[in-house]
Design a binder for this molecule. Structure first.
Ligand code: DP6
Length: 374
């Protein structure tokens, strides 16, 4: 099998003969959500990150997508060649509201997967978490769709290596949503080139390239649903505000330094250092939002109540518990497997009161996407 070194992404332009047509069929992939430990916040060019980010892959939060394809030439006289023809179904209901976002994604990736034009597509997705949970489905959703498209390409070009398959899947997913690049393969994923992490790239996510200490095996993430509403400011708008941000340069340098520190921590198992770094990253992300022009706040009063409770509990008990946040008010509570009993009790008795309808999701570090095609 040939190995192609990926330099600028042109290597991902589809090259197999386009005379080959797939018979009607479908592919199904399950792709996970992920939670960043060192955050991606600021991008440039075509969805390229301003700094390296690193995430835990989740397990319970995922999207399952089936991509059905039917070749035009077989279905009658109308040929849609060079046109995207697709429908989107969420939980078996046709959802035309989702079409513009998917159309923008498919148009953006068209050069790399031109064969899509030859088919009528049905994209059928299910999220494991409710749409109204305030948890973004873009990472897992874009990743699952990108993987289905790559399964089509693999069928057209069976000599493709697994490495190429996953790198291009992550590349495509990234063009849909940056953090989706980290929802393809592996338990701990790095996106963005970093001198300390061999193989890392701005173009796609790769598995953390070092052995991970057992302290981080089976790590838990209990997601506390503080606010299930639509965010007032989207991530894309927030990323763009980093262009003129007075602290942007320092933030990108800090994130890259934090990657080096976290890389060492993940290998040596220093849980105290992990807690300090992860919480600092979460608060820095929100500090960037609060110091943007225009400024905005995504945390809610209950987000802060939870953070204070976690700090009190940690001070009192010495437990290894910390929080992180994504671009919203929900709180991800992180803790190791060996402390799960006492921490779960603390969460139930002290933290659920701050969640909307006491709703939360018990998640943990997962293993990456899975092909569910029958
Ligand atoms: C705060 O990946 O949602 O969750 O690339 O515009 O789709 P787009 O943004 P998105 O940004 C995620 C931001 C974050 C941090 C992270 O996941 O690293």
């Amino acid at each position: 099998m040939h190995k192609t070194k990926i330099l600028d992404g042109n290597e991902f332009i589809y090259k197999a003969p386009d005379t080959k047509i797939l018979s009607d069929g479908s592919f199904t992939w399950k792709a996970p959500s992920n939670i960043a430990l060192v955050k991606y916040w600021g991008k440039h060019g075509m969805q390229l990150p301003k700094n390296t980010s690193i995430s835990f892959t989740l397990d319970a939060c995922h999207t399952i997508t089936t991509l059905e394809f039917r070749n035009h030439t077989k279905v009658g006289s109308i040929s849609h060649k060079n046109e995207l023809n697709f429908n989107v179904y969420v939980d078996d209901q046709r959802q035309d509201d989702f079409k513009p976002k998917i159309a923008a994604f498919l148009t953006r990736i068209k050069n790399y997967v031109p064969f899509l034009d030859d088919y009528d597509l049905n994209i059928k997705t299910h999220n494991s978490f409710p749409h109204s949970s305030g948890i973004a489905s873009s990472a897992s959703g874009m990743a699952a769709l990108a993987l289905c498209i790559m399964s089509m390409e693999k069928e057209l070009n069976p000599s493709m290596s697994d490495e190429f398959f996953y790198q291009k899947a992550s590349w495509l997913a990234r063009l849909g949503s940056g953090s989706a690049a980290r929802s393809i393969k592996g338990s701990i994923v790095v996106w963005g080139e970093h001198p300390g992490l061999k193989g890392s790239s701005d173009l796609f996510g790769v598995e953390f390239p070092h052995e991970v200490h057992t302290n981080f095996h089976n790590f838990h993430d209990t997601i506390l649903l503080v606010d299930k509403g639509q965010k007032q400011v989207s991530s894309t708008v927030g990323h763009n505000l980093m262009h003129e941000h007075p602290f942007a340069g320092q933030r990108f340098d800090q994130a890259n330094e934090n990657i080096s520190k976290l890389s060492a921590i993940l290998q040596n198992g220093d849980l105290k250092a992990f807690v300090a770094l992860v919480e600092s990253e979460a608060l820095t992300l929100h500090a960037m939002m609060m110091t943007s022009n225009p400024y905005f706040i995504l945390m809610k009063p209950n987000t802060l109540s939870i953070i204070n409770k976690i700090w009190d509990f940690r001070k009192k008990t010495g437990a290894t518990i910390c929080f992180t946040l994504d671009a919203g008010a929900n709180v991800h509570v992180l803790y190791p497997e060996k402390e799960k009993k006492s921490i779960h009790k603390f969460i139930t008795t002290e933290l659920l009161q701050f969640c909307q309808n006491r709703h939360y999701i018990s998640d943990r570090i997962g293993a990456g996407a899975k092909n569910l095609t029958k």
